[in-house]
Design a binder for this molecule. Structure first.
Ligand SMILES: [Zn+2]
Ligand SMILES: [Zn+2]
Length: 389
């Protein structure tokens, strides 16, 4: 593994910074302390900073040489609304907020790269350091785009990185094309006629109707979606009723769907609506589907993925860069940026870590061992994208 020795030299500083952010996690659009820390660090490296892009987002701009090419490197800063179950010195001091997805590590890896690139400036063109808010469900990447990020900071392509527990330290994984699923949330409201639990003939009970709908929804992936396409329809909540002897007048079903193309997303939504409305109609009542796409499909472009694979391979060797991995059913806010620009989102091994647990687990922790490698990856990628003519 070849890490930039100058970056390895400030590994301790990066670790201290990472643990400080971990200890003070902030939720979506509340990343005031983190954003200020990021902006201050960038300015201390001599990088031009714009604050408040997409509410709490920060963009750093570093130019070297006379070249007019420009690229963006993106990290996320927000924590999860959950409690931390770890018991170490850098444990979260905020109840209900926890860096359980490693965005503390992502932020610091990008800061490490910014520091090194600002010191060495061994590239020709402009690199933008993008620190986004609200990745965990708040669409902070979209907020930055809506705030004119790509017009204010014109760039050819944009790159992201996420840690992956279970993937060994010193390994990367990526695929060209669709890599992470689109997610949509839905509610189905079934309006029946409530009444006495002993007199169902005087009611139209929405509970069996809801049950039929739940079962019929399972047919969408099994019978409607092309069997070689992946998709998920999960009913994750059923709400209705308040007493043993009262037939409720309404039931709400809620859940999420996942898919890898806009076509499949529309297909799933349309079938859900048909199934819900028509099963309810068969019983003489009404069901209404409220369907909201949250994050789009994350699609890596081929040429930019090749660049990333090469940059990673230069550091860890081609055998440790896993190309063409299976797509992941999770979703990712960075998909919004990749809808606007070509680019690539890569996974970096977090190792077996704290008990080997996955992100979003209460005992997860970002692995500080990875910091200099992640920073080196950003530097390597920048120096290859913006190589001297
Ligand atoms: Zn997450
Ligand atoms: Zn994450």
């Amino acid at each position: 593994m070849t890490i930039y020795p100058e970056i390895e030299a400030f590994h301790g500083e990066l670790t201290t910074l990472r643990r400080d952010i971990h200890k003070h996690p902030e939720l979506a659009y509340e990343e005031h302390r983190t954003a200020e820390l990021v902006a201050d660090a960038l300015e201390s490296y001599g990088i031009e900073v714009t604050r408040g892009v997409g509410k709490t987002g920060v963009v750093g701009k570093l130019t070297s040489g006379g070249g007019n090419r420009a690229f963006g490197l993106r990290a996320d800063m927000d924590a999860l609304p959950m409690d931390e179950a770890n018991d170490f010195a850098h444990k979260s001091v905020h109840e209900g907020a926890f860096h359980g997805c490693g965005h503390d590590g992502h932020t610091v890896m990008l800061l490490g790269a910014a520091k090194h690139l600002a010191e060495t400036r061994d590239f020709d063109g402009t690199v933008y350091f993008i620190f986004q808010p609200a990745e965990e469900g708040g669409a902070g990447g979209k907020a930055m785009i809506d705030d004119g990020m790509f017009e204010r900071f014109p760039m050819e392509a944009v790159f992201g990185m996420h840690n992956m527990p279970g993937l060994p330290v010193g390994h990367f994984a990526v695929r060209s094309g669709p890599m992470m699923a689109s997610v949509a949330n839905f509610d189905i409201d079934i309006e029946g006629v409530g009444g006495h639990g002993a007199m169902p003939h005087r009611c139209i009970d929405p509970v069996p109707v809801a049950s039929e709908i739940v079962l019929a929804l399972q047919n969408i992936v099994a019978r409607t979606l092309d069997p070689i396409h992946a998709g998920v329809v999960s009913v994750t909540q059923i709400h209705g009723g308040s007493a043993y002897n009262v037939i409720p007048d309404k039931v709400r079903l809620s859940g999420c769907t996942r898919y890898f193309s806009d076509h499949d997303g529309k297909l799933i939504e349309n079938r859900m609506r048909q199934i819900a409305e028509n099963i309810a109609a068969a019983h003489g009542i009404k069901a209404t589907l409220n369907y909201r796409e949250n994050y789009p499909v994350l699609v890596n472009s081929a040429e930019e993925t090749d660049h990333c694979v090469q940059a990673a391979a230069d550091l860890v060797g081609a055998a440790s860069v896993h190309v063409g991995i299976d797509p992941v059913m999770g979703s990712e806010d960075f998909a919004f940026m990749l809808k606007e620009k070509p680019g690539c989102y890569i996974l970096i091994g977090n190792g077996d870590g704290q008990g080997g647990c996955m992100v979003h687990h209460p005992e997860y922790d970002f692995n500080d061992e990875v910091l200099p490698l992640g920073a080196s990856y950003w530097v390597k990628l920048t120096e290859s994208l913006l190589a001297h003519p």
